[in-house]
Design a protein around this ligand. Structure first.
Ligand code: ZN
Length: 177
């Protein structure tokens, strides 16, 4: 199969755009950052008053519809967090809201997770400093997600899968597939 070609092509996508790997789920996904408090989002759940973008960031269309929620897990937050989703009826792109301040923290912890998994894959053991069960959980989640998203051919390309998921604004070690 032409897996290498496919992987190479995906890397050229800008980070805010993604193309679903499952053909029937082909969507363009955009992330919109809002300066909102993660604590308040957790406290209010689906009742949190997310701002609505005035226009579509892709086609500038002036109708942006709310489009349900997506649940996400954040380091340091118990349970799932509901993030608002929007949809543009003009160009049909889907937007996902994210708390701005928190994303940087998440990125930092993602970087820690990535280097821990890279160490394990290279050396066959876990680096010190973080509990082994936690690191084992990251690796298991990554395997599950990579196989679910990209298929069996990616069993030995876990780090690559990690990066692809990041490119698609997906948490590579999220507990949900
Ligand atoms: Zn649009």
């Amino acid at each position: 199969m032409d897996e290498n070609e496919e992987g190479g092509g995906l890397r050229e996508l800008p980070p805010e755009t993604c193309t679903g790997h499952k053909a029937h789920q082909r969507i363009d996904l955009m992330i919109i950052f809002f300066c909102v408090s993660i604590k308040e989002i957790v406290a209010k759940g689906r009742d949190f008053p997310w701002p609505r973008p005035e226009s579509c960031p892709r086609c500038q269309g002036h109708r942006v519809w709310c489009h349900g929620f997506v649940s996400a897990f954040f380091d340091g937050v118990d349970g799932q967090v509901f993030l608002r989703r929007y949809r543009c009826p003009e160009c049909r792109c889907v937007m996902r809201a994210r708390p701005l301040g928190y994303f940087k923290r998440l990125q930092a912890s993602i970087e820690t997770i990535r280097s821990s998994i890279a160490f394990r894959l290279e050396n066959g053991r876990w680096p010190g400093g973080i509990s082994r069960s936690r690191q084992g959980h990251w690796l298991r989640s990554l395997k599950r997600r990579v196989l679910a998203w990209f298929g069996q051919g990616w069993t030995n390309r876990l780090l690559e899968g990690f990066d692809e998921l990041m490119l698609q604004n997906e948490n590579p070690v999220c507990r949900r597939i």
